[in-house]
Design a protein around this ligand. Sequence first.
Ligand code: BTN
Length: 258
Amino acid sequence: MKPASLEKSLAGLPLSELRYFDSIGSTNDEALAWATEGAGDFSLVVADEQTSGRGRAGRKWITPRGTALAFSLILRPTASEAEAPSLLTGLGALALVDALNKHKLKAKIKWPNDVLLNGKKAAGILVESVWMGDSLDTAVLGMGVNVLAGSAPPAEELLFPATSVEAELGQPLERVKLLNEILSALLRRRGDLSTGKLVKDWEEALAFRGEEVQIGKESEEPLVGRILGLEVDGSLKLLVNDKIVTVQSGEIHLRPAV
Ligand code: BTN
């Protein structure tokens, strides 16, 4: 990725500041450190390669050089964003869905933070927060997108099948162009957080809605239920034995066929 073409592509966006790295451990780590030094709202860290990228639940996230998008956006939350930080994951996922829709790709969100193309994972989102006592000071919205062929990890390393945007589109897509489209959608969508539109659209983009799934939760028995939709705070609403159950965190697994 050429820094000059990145800067040119993002020139029209109201970024506070941009930091670009050819190679870095994790853009989220850099953004969290930068936030403590006073980075402004909508400051962006982009890297061509991550050597210790992080995913949810302590998993590794691989960003091979030259093929993927890996970025972290610093958000200084408004009062309504600070009240429902869990919606920021939906904000990132929907912004990517919007950007992919522009290329006629039908993307779905595997709650809470994965974006799927044709049922395979093409991207993941990791939102990390900095708290001041009880109030949210900063959220770092990290996103990794498998853009070009070769960015999706090998099948044997995966819990869920993966793909790339290029594989599903049948042609390569310029990474800086996609980044511009994601950030533009994020800016447009940010106002929807306080109106309920964000949750409504997130719900419509949910993968496996109406289907029976298993929700794996750390150190708890998996929960089996039918996905009904989302609560106003972005929690997942399930029908479990004729009762509505809401789940704040966890991981969706498809039920093995019996
Ligand atoms: C997941 O699917 O578990 C979330 C993956 C999030 C990966 C992105 S890549 C940019 C940012 N930096 C990181 O270390 N992680 C996020």
